[in-house]
Ligand binder design. Structure first.
Ligand code: AMP
Length: 422
């Protein structure tokens, strides 16, 4: 049956056992991040549109084409968050979180929204796991954050991890680079795509992000930012590389890596791994030293990353050959010719003793109940009939061996709770 309604294009339902894998990934993130002193932050899904326009950048695909923006009933322009760094920065400023001591270490897990063409691994509602370290200029912070990310992916069983690293320089370096890039591209301006031609004027660095094949060809031989790097930016980059090396983290400098958002400065990175799709990074991050000040907050530096959880989950499933955990509790109470509520009361007694258990909620034959229990992979069934009820006993049947034993009710409960031999 198709039903009358369908989920919105680009969104999907996650149903157990898929959700068990999602929880595994999220629990791993929480455990690893806690080890580095990160606390969780939950920001609203709705933010003022201006926040993203200002921070992510008007010329980015996200702001230009992909935001779910609408006017609320009072005509305020609101946007479903397309990413969270700006939202975390907004919250940090609004809550005065610097008063809790710096650096602030915050992580988030949750849905984000972008109006993109849905395809495998790309959705309009997708989830990101991210972390932000605010208030320390690095480079040790850069190293620690990348290290935490690597440890998280390792904890999920990914190996052959390579950190792709680049620097987009400080303000001074970028100004010099912008000029160099513009000078290189201006003679070819007529051949550039319309988007890139406009960006050449507004924000030439954006042209490097273009996915247009014609643009990509024209970009060959373009000057690299390394040549325009200021001394301070160069030293920062060298220190991050040396730090990663000292911690045994393999990395490769990727001069073309610029990352799409306007607020990045200095260190930017992506990570690839055996088993993670090569063409599209699963995680990206970088330093955003000017962002807080640009949003009217204290002039504090920051660095963070965002992992695409949807793809991470898919890749994890393939990588570890994920087997779904058993859904049904090992113990099931089957009433024989008694009211289902009597079986329910015994199951409830077991649950109160910490034993996960279910019971037959509607009467059916014992044969059918036992067959169902076996199919569900239960290990023990507790049989309860009128005689047992009268005598205050129950019968435990081991579904693996077929053995069964009748015991006083309280003793049976003790035994199932692990207090006696089974
Ligand atoms: P970004 O915030 O664009 O740097 O994205 C960080 C990560 O989020 C990407 O590497 C993707 O894995 C993931 N991501 C971004 N957009 C989507 C989407 N529409 N669907 C699924 N994952 C996405």
């Amino acid at each position: 049956m198709a039903g009358r309604y369908r989920s919105v294009k680009g969104t999907r339902d996650l149903v157990w056992p898929e959700t068990a894998l999602w929880n595994h990934v999220e629990e791993t993130a929480r455990r690893v991040f806690a080890g580095y002193g990160y606390g969780e932050i939950r920001t609203p899904l709705l933010e003022p549109t201006e926040l993203f326009a200002r921070s992510v950048g008007e010329e980015t695909d996200i702001v230009g084409k992909e935001m779910y923006t609408f006017a609320d009933r009072k005509g305020r322009s609101l946007t479903l968050r397309p990413e969270s760094t700006a939202a975390v920065a907004r919250a940090f400023i609004e809550r005065g979180l610097e008063s809790r001591g710096l650096p602030a270490k915050l992580f988030y897990i949750g849905p984000h929204f972008r109006y993109e063409r849905p395809q495998r691994g790309r959705y309009r509602q997708f989830s990101q796991i991210g972390a932000e370290l605010i208030g320390d200029p690095g480079p040790a912070s850069d190293v620690e954050l990348v290290l935490m990310l690597v440890r998280f992916l390792e904890a999920l069983a990914f190996d052959e991890l390579t950190v792709l690293l680049n620097t987009v320089g400080d303000t001074e370096s970028r100004a010099a680079y912008r000029d160099a890039l513009r000078a290189f591209l201006l003679p070819k301006a007529g051949e550039l795509s319309a988007d890139s031609r406009r960006r050449l004027e507004t924000n030439p660095l954006r042209v490097l992000d273009s996915k247009d094949p014609g643009d990509r060809e024209l970009l060959e031989g373009a000057p690299e930012l390394a040549a325009s790097l200021s001394t301070a930016a160069g030293e920062h980059f060298a220190a991050v590389r040396a730090g990663l090396e000292a911690c045994g983290v393999a990395h490769r400098v990727e001069p073309r890596l610029v990352r799409g958002l306007d607020y990045y400065a200095l260190t930017v990175f992506e990570i690839t791994a055996g088993g993670l799709g090569a063409q599209d990074a699963i995680v990206g991050g970088g330093r955003y030293d000017g962002l807080l000040a640009a949003l009217g907050g204290p002039d504090l530096p920051g660095i963070g990353f965002a992992i695409g959880e949807d793809r991470l989950v898919e890749a994890t499933a393939e990588k570890v050959g994920w087997r779904e955990p058993p859904l049904w509790p090992a113990v099931h109470v089957v009433g024989v010719d008694i009211a289902p509520i009597e079986s329910l009361r015994l199951a409830e007694e077991l649950r109160q003793r910490g034993v996960a258990a279910t019971s037959e909620l509607a009467p059916r034959s014992v044969k059918a109940a036992l067959k169902g229990a076996a199919r569900e992979g239960r290990s023990r069934v507790v049989l309860l009939g009128p005689d047992e009820l009268a005598a205050g006993t129950v019968t435990i049947k081991d579904l693996e061996t077929g053995d069964q034993e009748t015991l006083p009710r309280s003793e049976a409960i003790e035994r199932l709770a692990g207090g006696g031999e089974a």
